[in-house]
Ligand binder design. Structure first.
Ligand SMILES: *Cc1c(COP(=O)(O)O)cnc(C)c1O
Length: 360
């Protein structure tokens, strides 16, 4: 009898299925989605589309209409945008498009957990490069890897900190190959977007999503902007029909009619993020300064505290692998909680459960 390992592609053998604890919780602050709900025009667009040809026919090949609307949102030209089934799909497609098997992908550590997985899935080698002590990417060390692909995330998940604009500029200027800047949380940040560097670089891909600020994570709409020659390669690698018809309609409606709604929710999230950080400090914790819609709190025993909070019906995201190379994380034994920012009454409920769990 052959074991499944014998038939699996070699680069897949060290990969396990992505399995964060997604058991339903009364209050879920674990995945940084929009806790205010679905943008209203997007909700109407889905309801209006189910009866018609949107379901029986294939969707657009490469979501041309959506690319035009996303380009307008970014202030870019339509042929500089590629879409995907979530930005996960765009990131995976980009890794595959620009990396040959065996090539290296430089990834900050800690950062978005899916990137090393996408690297391995495409037979590339992830090279983890620790963040600096002030939560910036280490440009020298990332460039020194000589990696053909460099990934940066700003604001970074899970730290929430934005990278310094000069750091991103320098990596884009000096990198030997393609640089991906993941801006999944850019809407919550007051730092300039890396899209401003697109005109000067043929090798920069700025990745965005409609899963966080736009509130449609379940519909899976991601996108990226870059030079036309660059996004064409990502599009080939991605393949046709990846944004389904209902998702495209909802995304179009959100971009055309829901921007004021989205901006108001983002403003509320930014305000609540500040209030939350203050309350966490009052509990004796030291949240990392955040430019995203979540806050990372490193402290020893965080995983135990997360378990107790979950028993009380509140889900937050525990980490036990933040490492010991950054002083803030070493002092916490590599543990921390990442807490999504939502409406204030929800955060109050979370804070009560957190205070109980810390005391217990
Ligand atoms: C949530 C997240 C994504 C994935 O978003 P989808 O568009 O839902 O696939 C990408 N990058 C980072 C850093 C994220 O936190």
């Amino acid at each position: 009898m052959t074991s499944s390992l014998d038939i699996a592609r070699e680069s897949y053998r060290s990969i396990s299925l992505y399995a964060p604890n997604r058991a339903p919780a009364r209050v879920d602050l674990s995945d940084n989605t929009n806790l205010w709900g679905v943008p209203p025009a997007a909700a109407r667009a889905i309801a209006g589309a189910v009866a018609g040809a949107a379901v029986t026919r294939y969707p657009n090949l490469y979501a041309a209409e959506l690319k035009r609307e996303l380009a307008a949102y970014l202030g870019a030209a339509p042929d500089t945008v590629v879409t995907g089934c979530g930005s996960d799909d765009v990131l995976d497609s980009a890794v595959r498009a620009f990396g040959e098997p065996g090539d290296r992908v430089a990834v900050p550590d800690p950062s978005f957990a899916m990137i090393p997985i996408f690297a391995r899935m495409n037979a590339l080698e992830p090279v983890l490069v620790p963040l600096t002590g002030d939560f910036d990417a280490d440009a020298d060390a990332m460039l020194a890897t000589g990696a053909k692909l460099i990934y940066l995330c700003s604001p970074n998940n899970p730290t929430g900190a934005a990278l310094r604009p000069e750091t991103i500029e320098r990596v884009v200027r000096e990198a030997p190959g393609v640089v991906i800047v993941d801006e999944a949380y850019q809407e919550f940040s007051d730092r300039p977007s890396a899209t401003r560097l697109l005109a000067a670089s043929e090798r920069l891909l700025v990745c965005r999503t409609m899963s966080k600020a736009f509130g449609i994570a379940g519909l899976r709409v991601g996108y990226a902007a870059g030079a036309p020659s660059l996004v064409a390669e990502v599009e080939k690698s991605r393949g046709p029909y990846k944004v389904n018809a209902l998702a495209e309609r909802a995304a179009l409606a959100a971009l055309r009619e829901d921007l004021p709604w989205v901006r108001a929710r983002v403003a509320e999230a930014v305000e609540n993020r500040g209030r939350l950080a203050e309350r966490l400090r009052a509990l004796g914790l030291a949240p990392v300064p955040s430019q995203a819609n979540f806050v990372l709190v490193p402290f020893r025993g965080a995983c135990d505290v997360a378990r107790r909070m979950r028993d009380a019906g509140i889900a937050v995201r525990p980490f036990d692998d933040l490492g010991d190379r950054l002083p803030a994380f070493a002092a916490a034994g590599g543990e921390g909680l990442r807490i999504s920012v939502g409406p204030w009454d929800v955060l109050e409920e979370m804070l009560a459960a957190l205070a109980d769990a810390l005391g217990g």
